[in-house]
Design a protein around this ligand. Structure first.
Ligand code: NAD
Length: 327
């Protein structure tokens, strides 16, 4: 059993990571300010601290109280477009907040490993090669990506100066239950929710842009493996490019949605294609994506069925998505 402090453990990905750690028998504490996270996501077996990463004293006090052997840092501001509007705010949470955690880890001395939620979608920008491998030059297009890359550099430096081992997992586009269907990120959750409610669905641009969609349960499993394996950066993706039109078609089939998509303007600055080469994670973490897109989309739409009033068959929809017990 390992003592683990998970930041952002009430958020979409963080809560699945907490579930996976708890299921593996670890003792988990969560630090989250609930800005986008929700108490209902939180695993009841985890101890909870409501605190903000920008508050260095609070962060240090929690780390000192918990004496974690591993810090798993999932908390961040993660909206690309908001980061363009507020780069300083993003740097304060994502960079300075991470430094507060790293300093606290250095002070307590018991932290052996630091796991970091990085972003393969944001760090490579418009990748020089596809699928993008870890050696692909990082050229983030937006302040969010810059903040993630800055953290990776700090992790490298802390390993050198403080002997703190780290694993930075560069996630592809993560989707699955508990993703916010009202935000601007998370095309799967946004489309599925709109379809279940019978609302119009807007594809930005022609829908031929491609992404690497990785299921959240697979991402959580990568974090479990990284508790004891690996060092440095790893891509966590499927290696498969899926265009947005395909996501629309598959979800429409699952939710029996009959309307055609609307098309809006392309989002400026968004990469056209991005998918990741995750062979390093296979070789060194023994990690591979296991949930294929059809299965993952069915689970995601099923979780929304459970939450969406009027989306049940009684609401007139023949939903073939697979409902889950706990979303
Ligand atoms: P999320 O918004 O659901 O989770 C972020 C969590 O961090 C929330 O619970 C939020 O309340 C918490 N948080 C935010 N600011 C905080 C602060 N100042 N102090 C304390 N807690 C704070 O987002 P997510 O999609 O689950 O992302 C989790 C991590 O994975 C982030 O680091 C994100 O950058 C990274 N990531 C996500 C994706 C994706 O596709 N969703 C892809 C690559 C990387």
């Amino acid at each position: 059993m390992t003592r683990i402090l998970v930041t952002g453990g009430a958020g979409f990905i963080g809560s699945h990571v907490v579930d996976a750690f708890v299921a593996a028998g670890h003792a988990v504490a969560v630090l989250d300010n609930l800005s986008t996270g929700k108490m209902e996501n939180l695993n009841p077996a985890a101890r909870f601290y409501r605190a903000d990463l920008r508050d260095a004293e609070a962060v240090a006090a929690i780390v000192a109280a918990e004496q974690p052997e591993v810090i798993c840092h999932q908390a961040a501001l993660a909206n690309v477009r908001h980061s363009v509007a507020d780069p300083a705010g993003y740097a304060l949470v994502n960079v300075i907040g991470t430094l507060h955690l790293l300093q606290a880890a250095r002070q307590v001395g018991c932290v052996q490993r630091f796991l970091f939620a990085s972003s393969g979608g944001a760090i490579y920008g418009e990748p020089e090669e596809l699928p993008a491998g870890e050696t692909c030059p990082p050229r983030p297009l937006d302040p969010y990506g810059v903040s993630k890359l800055a953290c990776e550099h700090y992790l490298y430096s802390y390993r050198h100066t403080a002997g703190l081992e780290y694993v930075a997992l560069r996630y592809a586009n993560v989707y699955g239950p508990r993703q916010d269907p009202f935000g601007e990120a998370g095309v799967v959750a946004i489309f599925a929710r709109a379809m279940l409610e019978g609302r119009p669905v807007t594809i930005n641009g022609d829908g031929c842009q491609t992404r690497d969609f990785v299921y959240v349960g697979d991402v959580a499993r990568a974090n479990v493996l990284a508790l004891t394996r690996g060092t440095g950066v790893y891509n966590i993706g499927t290696g498969q490019a899926t265009d947005i039109q395909t996501i629309f078609r598959k979800l429409a089939r699952l939710t029996d949605y009959r309307r055609p998509p609307q098309h809006g303007p392309c989002k400026p600055g968004e990469a056209r294609h991005n998918y990741l080469d995750a062979r390093k994670a296979a070789a060194e973490l023994s990690w591979r994506a296991e949930v294929d897109l059809d299965e993952g989309l069915a689970r995601t739409a099923g979780s929304l069925v459970a939450l969406t009033p009027g989306s049940s068959p009684a609401g007139g929809r023949r939903v073939v998505a697979r409902p889950l017990g706990r979303p």
